[in-house]
Design a protein. Structure first.
Length: 121
């Protein structure tokens, strides 16, 4: 994302979801890779926006525990959104090819919103 002109403070990217322009660029970034994976029929693993979303790194960027938990949830929501869109695209491609007997399941877990802070170790 830094090559697209976005500042990655403390080499973290999760804070980019706080701005609509950078969030749209993230969606575009993931969509391009997901489309390529669908085209090639290969799996795609999202790289993690939460790379530096721990308490210590979050504190360097001014995030409270609760604020950091919210950012982690925003990241997970983005992954879920992108995964669903990619699965839908793959399903349409398979149906267009006549593969009606293939059933796709969403492998995206349901990420519960709680009042507890979710901070990765």
């Amino acid at each position: 994302m830094y090559k697209r002109g976005f500042k990655l403070e403390e080499f973290s990217a999760y804070h980019l979801l706080n701005d609509e322009r950078s969030a749209a660029a993230l969606r575009e970034y993931y969509t391009a890779f997901a489309r390529l994976a669908v085209k090639l029929g290969t799996p795609f693993i999202f790289d993690s926006l939460t790379y530096h979303a721990s308490r210590d790194w979050g504190a360097l960027l001014g995030y409270s525990t609760e604020g950091l938990a919210e950012m982690n949830h925003k990241c997970l929501d983005l992954y879920s959104e992108q995964s669903s869109a990619s699965a839908s695209s793959l399903q349409q491609r398979m149906e267009g090819a006549g593969a009606h007997d293939i059933v796709l399941e969403s492998k995206s877990p349901s990420w519960p919103k709680t009042d507890k802070a979710f901070v990765p170790c």
